[in-house]
Design a binder for this molecule. Structure first.
Ligand SMILES: Cc1cc2nc3c(=O)[nH]c(=O)nc-3n(C[C@H](O)[C@H](O)[C@H](O)COP(=O)(O)O)c2cc1C
Length: 634
């Protein structure tokens, strides 16, 4: 019977041939980046237009797909790979550029074009290497580790994964009869920490499961990624789905698990589709199911579509949801290693945590330790968004300064100043720009400020944002997403939201600060972290944006002109033809009248701002004149 490495070699030989034909194709190939961010930026229309152009002209060009490279502000991205193996990335490529792209691919036009961003393989005179782009300045000099396949493989092709070294770590682990304990020790030595935000050592957690009683153990992947501004798990699942599967095979072997679940949030349809497809491919290739790589290891892996609730990201809520029960966190202990899915011992890790395991097993703990800091080892994927010039994701070593990140992202959009950074999602934090010099990309400096770095997403907020308005958005979200099990959480969050909402409505009260602090203290008694962390953003706002809070509450002004109760809209130019459009778009018909005689009814207006968006020269958004306040008679 063939050993796992012999089986792997067979798969690899076939995969190498397929991949070589793809890397250095006989005919030029145009790969459109197909991932959620690209699709949201019109990649489907770009692809359709290129396809139509190729067929109209009968061009000798193939069409393929890759995952984007991280430069999401330049989406839709397109890569042309020429028969000599050179690959050039172009963007943003819109449908109207289809003919140009096909011309470049066929050689009718030079590869240099204003749309050319850089080469990712080979050379083309006049086009720099993509790695020289300042956006990648903070990535490891020796190249990407976790996401090295992005842009270089078709994520839907198992052969591409295998040809680029995929599944070798799992095959070798099984072939060498490396014991589960040795695998866990390698993980412990690598100091790989949980990427869900807590940085809990993955190897130690795997030990809990491995040593738990009973035969029926499960590994569970938390892919519920719900924080706004965080999409790093999605990148892994859409860009390199087999990496996650290989990580789960390693975890299953190390913990003696025969079953596994990948719980993916409902809002990630492409990630779900790609993961389901990859699981099928792995099953057909004998890498999952009965007899993994021809060994005695059995491992059934299932993809579960999430229930669409934020709190299902909390591990016990997630377990409950997998069982088809309502997604409600429960009190811990028992922890999942004691009583997990179907009350059986289970291990829950984040997508990126599992996805790091093949690297650790392939290259060893020492290799893994090369990057990062004393407290947080390795590299991690971050997504950066907000009012910055370059929105996208990058893989950076822990510990790089946040100031360097802002530089790599090209700084703020023209005319805007950085005001705050939001990290860790709705249970996370909001820190002012003045703290940026004190922050590096690891948990400790954030914790020192009572903040959270979180699960990989950082949003840069400019001075056009009102932090109290932002806090209201988060408090409302956390209130709605409270599972309702404990009164402390759902009642406390209702009260917190009421106060913040009243503040932005221009009705802040002197006693609000005191009451918010009281609610904060009470919420610490919630059953789970959802309730316990829910007052964090408000607490940050009161501490770091105290002046702004006071101006809302006592001064009745919102400097950013965002808070509904403190602003109004006024028609200033009756002659502007766009007023008609503004009148049409108003969802509550607050603008009435005929050309030259239009009026805006302040009482009916809901301050959505749609009118001034379409007619910026005719309608102003301004501070509402102060109304006299009742003063107690002495
Ligand atoms: C309300 C709430 C939502 C959470 N959402 C996620 C999530 O989307 N992804 C995640 O990995 N962890 C999330 N967590 C943390 C998980 O409970 C758990 O700690 C994590 O999946 C462990 O994985 P790790 O050790 O690999 O970090 C959430 C926690 C809470 C309280």
């Amino acid at each position: 019977m063939a050993s796992p490495l012999e089986r792997y070699a067979e798969l690899k030989t076939a995969a190498d041939a397929t991949y070589a034909g793809w890397r250095t194709p006989q005919r030029p190939r145009i790969d459109v980046a197909i991932d959620t961010s690209s699709l949201a930026n019109g990649a489907r229309a770009t692809r359709d237009a290129i396809e139509a152009n190729i067929s109209e002209r009968n061009a000798v060009v193939d069409l393929g797909r890759v995952h984007g490279y991280g430069m999401q502000w330049l989406h839709p991205l397109v890569t042309i790979t020429f028969p000599d193996g050179a690959s050039v990335v172009y963007g943003p490529v819109r449908a109207e550029h289809a003919a140009l792209i096909v011309d470049i691919a066929t050689g009718a036009k030079p590869a240099t074009s204003t749309l050319a961003i850089g080469t990712i393989a080979g050379e083309r005179a006049g086009i720099p290497s993509l790695r020289e782009h300042p956006f990648f300045a903070l990535e490891p000099k020796t190249g990407r580790r976790l996401i090295h396949r992005l842009g270089f493989t078709d994520p839907e092709n198992l052969d591409h994964y295998i040809a680029t070294g995929g599944y070798h770590a799992a095959a070798r682990m099984l072939d060498r009869h490396q014991s589960p304990a040795q695998v866990r020790q390698e993980l412990i030595d690598s100091a790989l920490g949980g990427r869900g935000g807590g940085n809990f050592p993955a190897g130690t957690k795997w030990n809990f499961l491995a040593t738990a009683p009973g035969e029926e153990h499960y590994v569970i992947c938390n892919a519920d990624e719900g924080d706004p501004g965080a999409w790093v798990n999605r990148v892994i699942m859409e860009g390199d789905p087999h990496l996650l599967i290989e990580g789960l095979i390693i975890a299953a072997y190390a913990t003696g698990s025969k079953g596994g679940f990948i719980y993916i949030r409902d809002e990630y349809p492409l990630a779900i589709a790609r993961m389901e497809q990859a699981v099928r491919q792995a099953q057909e290739a004998g890498l999952l199911g009965e007899g993994v790589f021809g060994t005695e290891m059995n491992f059934e892996l299932r993809v579960i579509r999430g229930a669409g609730a934020y709190v299902c990201g909390e591990e016990t809520g997630l377990i409950s949801s997998i069982q088809d029960s309502r997604g409600m966190p429960r009190v811990k202990p028992p922890f999942p290693a004691g009583a997990g899915v179907f009350m059986k011992p289970s291990n829950v890790n984040n997508v990126e945590t599992y996805a790091n395991a093949p690297m650790v097993i392939e290259h060893g703990a020492q290799w893994y330790l090369e990057y990062g800091t004393e407290r947080m080892r390795g590299t991690r994927l971050f997504s950066f968004s907000g009012d910055i010039q370059r929105v996208g994701f990058m893989e950076i070593p822990f510990g790089v300064p946040l100031g360097g990140v802002i530089e790599a992202c090209g700084g703020m959009l023209p005319g805007l100043q950085l005001k705050a950074i939001q990290s860790g999602g709705p249970l996370g934090s909001m820190l002012p720009a003045r703290e940026v010099p004190n922050l590096s990309m690891e948990n400790a400096p954030f914790s020192a400020l009572d903040a959270l770095m979180g699960g990989g997403g950082i949003v840069f907020l400019s001075d056009r944002i009102c932090t109290i308005h932002m806090a209201e958005m988060f408090t409302q979200f956390v209130e709605e997403e409270s599972c309702g099990r404990c009164t402390t959480c759902h009642g406390g969050n209702q009260r917190q939201t009421e106060i913040i909402r009243r503040t932005i409505a221009g009705e802040g009260r002197h006693e609000d600060r005191h009451n918010l602090a009281l609610i904060d203290r009470t919420l610490q008694f919630s059953n789970c972290v959802h309730g316990q962390f829910s007052p964090k953003i408000v607490r940050n706002t009161l501490r770091f944006f105290s002046d702004e809070y006071e101006r809302h509450s006592a001064g009745r002004t919102c400097d950013a002109l965002e808070c509904e109760g403190l602003i109004r809209f006024r028609i200033t130019n009756q002659g502007d033809p766009r007023l008609a459009e503004a009148q049409d778009i108003c969802p509550v018909a607050a603008i009435t009248g005929t050309p030259g005689r239009r009026t805006l009814d302040e009482a009916a207006c809901i301050r959505c701002g749609a009118c001034t968006d379409v007619a910026p020269n005719a309608i102003v958004r301004e501070a509402k004149p102060a109304t006299p306040r009742l003063v107690a008679l002495s």
